[in-house]
Ligand binder design. Structure first.
Ligand code: G3I
Length: 313
């Protein structure tokens, strides 16, 4: 079922990008390059709880539907993002007490995963559940519902869309460290309990301000050895400004090293980048002084990182 963009002819992984519905409808060149280069799409914000139900009981599926419709027309696979996350969570949810929170979580997962049943290849069911030291992040879900909120979310998502591959997703779990250790232990215990979890999503938000993470290939392999798939779900590499030819080369190496690590493990099935053009980016808002994290520049010209992937495999 692979669409087969230029990168795809070099790999048998899904090659994807995050996409924003707004740009897809407003910018013909954005749509053209996305359609040409990638065979999977992940809605950047359109499927988050804060987008689909900002006000209790008032649903807005317009952005999500637009992307699902685009994917259908162009033959793209879809990664759903994300059912349970503490961020971009509407205040009305965060304010509920435990029993009611539990029931709206059930309803939210049933509604959203059910609406797109059969259309989503993989869901990021739970996003960013751990702190850097490997303890559970104290989100409203963790604090009010306890440790089992994660297993419950996977069971509910599976009931709503039995064919979708269900992932736990996080950042800073590319290499071997306390956070990836905790993710590993969680997946192991969920598998042992028979919870329907099928994959680990490694976001891959890297920056040239930091060394390339240690043990990426070993880490991907240990996840796969638990009997789950692995996906690189949100890869980008931030450059501390100004951009120079040397930094573009270093960026290409960071992208290429993750690409190679994914290709070294059979069960690493997807390589998705968090957007594809430097024209649009979440980076400068969150990391002032860094930017240019994508494979294509603001004029949609492929950068050295693109050719690093294109030249391999
Ligand atoms: O929709 C409102 C708009 O109405 C308003 O006028 C505008 C003014 O600021 O804000 C708009 O919302 C913004 C939204 O993106 C849509 O553009 C939010 O402020 C902004 O916070 C939000 O940022 C998103 C961020 O997640 C939120 O945490 C980024 O676009 C998105 O790329 C980013 O993606 C996350 C993944 O979901 C999870 N992993 C990390 C990744 C990068 O942070």
């Amino acid at each position: 079922p692979h669409h087969g963009g230029p990168l795809h002819s070099k790999t048998n992984r899904w090659v994807g990008s995050a996409v924003a519905a707004q740009h897809l409808s407003a910018e013909a060149d954005y749509k053209k390059v996305l359609t040409r280069e990638f065979d999977s799409v992940t809605p950047e914000n359109e499927m988050k709880w804060g987008t689909v139900e900002a006000v209790r009981g008032q649903y807005d599926w317009s952005g999500a539907d637009a992307i699902v419709d685009y994917a259908k027309k162009t033959g793209k696979s879809i990664r759903g993002h994300t059912l349970i996350w503490h961020s971009q969570l509407p205040d009305w949810v965060a304010d509920l007490e435990a029993a009611e929170l539990k029931s709206v979580v059930r309803k939210h997962i049933a509604d959203e995963a059910g609406r797109y049943r059969g259309k989503i290849r993989a869901w990021d069911v739970v996003n960013e559940a751990f702190n850097e030291d490997g303890t559970r992040r104290e989100t409203v879900f963790q604090t009010k519902l306890g440790d089992d909120y994660i297993a419950d979310a996977f069971r509910l998502a599976h009931a709503a869309d039995p064919k979708a591959k269900l992932y736990i997703n996080d950042y800073n779990i590319e290499g071997l460290n306390p956070k990836s250790d905790a993710t590993y232990e969680l997946v192991k215990s969920l598998k042992r309990k028979g919870v329907p979890i099928h994959g680990v999503g490694i976001q891959g938000h890297l920056s040239l301000m930091y060394d390339f993470p240690q043990g990426v290939k070993e880490n991907i392999k240990r996840f796969a050895d638990l009997g789950v798939d692995v996906a690189i779900t949100e890869m980008d590499v931030r450059i501390p400004l100004p951009v120079t030819p040397e930094k573009l080369k270093a960026q290409a190496d960071y992208f290429g090293n993750v690409w190679d690590a994914c290709h070294a493990v059979k069960r690493c099935v997807e390589f998705t980048t968090w957007g594809f053009t430097d024209r649009h980016s979440w980076v400068p808002d969150v990391f002032p002084g860094e930017d240019a994290a994508c494979l294509f520049d603001e004029n949609l010209k492929p950068k050295p990182a693109y050719f690093r992937l294109y030249g391999k495999k």
